[in-house]
Design a protein around this ligand. Structure first.
Ligand code: NAG
Ligand code: NAG
Length: 193
């Protein structure tokens, strides 16, 4: 009778210790899974952080004006906004008036042109060989009215963008005051792809 009891207890202990070690093993496996998940998440976080830092330092925008001038353009002439206020990324060239995209993405451009008494100026935004939009004014009265336009456009890396006079008239007169310039061109990267 006593031997029987001992046997039962021994069996129970053996089973209990076995199930305990099985539990420990299970916990260990779960822990390893969690560690791997944390490692994976940390790696992903670092990748996202690197991307974020790149976006920050890679921010691209320019704003340039024409100051104190009255210029007459023929047809198909690039307007050179020679006075740079900001040019982050250095992609706008103030000597030829052309912006060059250094990455594929969505860009925004906006420009304004003013004219003088009884003159016309009609311009267009061109990306490579595509006309994106037009802005201008046909002034039959006095003063210095202006035309303005804002546009979004997708650009490939290396694409060029510029403002040029159209074929609407053979003589476009642009006017801009020195102290308060009325003719300007700006652009910025909205997002890269
Ligand atoms: C961790 O990343 C590896 C490789 O991408 C993947 O095979 C594994 O399933 C991931 N583990 C967890 C727990 O997410
Ligand atoms: C992200 O990167 C910056 C610069 O490399 C670093 O100072 C910062 O601690 C990083 N943040 C995280 C959460 O890793």
């Amino acid at each position: 009778m006593e031997t029987g009891m001992v046997l039962v207890v021994v069996c129970f202990l053996a089973f209990f210790s076995k199930s305990l070690s099985f539990q420990q093993e299970l916990t260990e496996i779960k822990m390893e899974g969690l560690r791997e998940e944390v490692r994976n998440l940390t790696q992903r976080l670092q990748q996202l952080n690197t991307t974020l830092q790149k976006e920050k330092t890679g921010h691209i925008m320019f704003y340039a004006v024409i100051r104190g001038k009255s210029i007459t353009y023929n047809v198909d002439t690039i307007l050179v906004f020679e006075t740079v206020i900001v040019n982050r990324g250095g992609l706008y060239n103030q000597y030829d008036g052309v912006f060059v995209a250094d990455r594929k993405g969505m860009y925004m451009f906006s420009w304004t042109v003013s004219t003088s008494s009884s003159n016309w100026i009609v311009t267009e935004l061109v990306v490579e060989n595509q006309i994106i939009s037009t802005a201008g004014v046909q002034n039959s009265g006095g003063g210095h009215p202006s035309g303005s336009m804002t546009a979004f456009c997708r650009m490939e890396m290396g694409d060029h963008a510029w403002i040029r006079s159209t074929g609407r008239t053979s003589s476009h007169v642009l006017y801009s005051n020195d102290n308060y310039p009325q003719s300007s061109f700006l652009g910025l990267l909205i997002y890269s792809e």
